[in-house]
Structure formats: structure tokens, C-alpha cells
Design a protein around this ligand. Structure first.
Ligand code: THU
Length: 159
């Protein structure tokens, strides 16, 4: 018997330490929380996706009275970007959440389904996607999606 320990590198920044392009992408994600349709959870999420061609696609979560029919902000933004530019890799995604009148203090982390969608795009273009998870107290940077989704299921898993 043996244990395998899986590690994820998370780089922790204060917002002020980030370079201006990352600050700008986070600010774009923050603006999106105002456009969320989240009457059921009251949890407003904003995501901003920057492509390698520097185009930015931003989106928010979209809920539905039939709960599973709604979609997270990250997937709305990723599908929007991939649909508009199917041949352009994603460079960075910034994610933020606002609830009960304030942005979360701790960085918001994407759900498993969103990680799987992000992984597909990272693998498809063989290009790392940087993830910026915004909280008012600190910002997490993760350098690629494989770090976010260890032991993942991907195309090669199909055999
Ligand atoms: N949500 C997101 O948009 N992204 C996340 O990373 C976590 C959850 C949404 C889904 C739902 O509309 C609400 O937040 C509560 O789960």
C-alpha cells in the first residue's frame, strides 16, 4: 500500500499586487455580478474570460425555476467565448462572487462542472489557462486547470 499526495500550487496575491491587466480582468468580472440572474440563490457570480487575441468575454450566472437548467457564470462566459472564437485559446479567467451586499472575502472557487469545461478548452488548445479567483481579502492565482482538477477525466481517458 502507498499513498500518493497530489499538490496544487496556489499563488496568493493582494489585489494591489496584481499587474494592471489582471486587475482589469477582475474588475470586468466584478461588474458582471450586477447582471446576474440569481433570484433563487441571491449568489451573484461574475466571470471574465480573456482570449489569446486579447478579446474579453464576460458573463454572469443565469438561474432557472427548474434549478438544474440554470448555468454558472464561468460556463456562460467560456461557451460565449468559445462560440465566438472557436479557434482562439483562452488565456485567463477571472471569477468573483457577490452576496448579501458584498463581494466574498475569500476567493470564490469554481464548481466541478465548470472545472471540467475549463479543462476541455485547456486540453483542446494545449494552452494553459490562468485562473484568478477574487476575494476582497486575497486573490488566488492557479496556473492551469489541471492544477484545479487533479485526477481528471479527459479525452485520453476514453482510450
Ligand atoms: N455559481 C456560479 O455561477 N459559479 C460558481 O463557481 C459557483 C456557483 C452559481 C450557480 C448558482 O446560480 C449560484 O451560483 C448558487 O450556486
Amino acid at each position: 500500500m502507498q499513498h500518493k499526495i497530489i499538490e496544487t500550487k496556489v499563488t496568493v496575491f493582494s489585489f494591489d499586487e496584481l499587474d494592471s491587466s489582471k486587475q482589469q480582468l477582475i474588475n470586468t468580472a466584478k461588474e458582471q455580478v450586477n447582471k446576474a440572474y440569481a433570484p433563487y440563490s441571491g449568489f451573484h457570480v461574475g466571470a471574465a474570460v480573456e482570449l489569446e487575441n486579447e478579446k474579453v468575454f464576460a458573463a454572469s450566472n443565469q438561474e432557472n425555476s427548474a434549478y438544474p437548467s440554470g448555468l454558472c457564470a464561468e460556463r456562460v462566459a467560456m461557451f460565449y467565448a468559445n462560440a465566438q472564437h472557436p479557434d482562439v485559446p483562452v488565456k485567463t479567467i477571472a471569477i468573483t462572487a457577490f452576496t448579501k451586499g458584498e463581494f466574498l472575502k475569500n476567493p470564490v472557487t469554481p464548481c466541478g462542472s465548470c472545472r471540467q469545461v475549463l479543462l476541455e478548452t485547456e486540453m483542446r488548445f494545449e494552452k494553459d489557462i490562468t485562473v484568478l479567483l477574487y476575494g476582497t481579502d486575497e486573490v488566488y492565482q492557479i496556473d492551469n486547470i489541471r492544477e484545479l482538477l487533479p485526477l481528471c477525466f479527459e479525452k485520453t481517458s476514453l482510450g
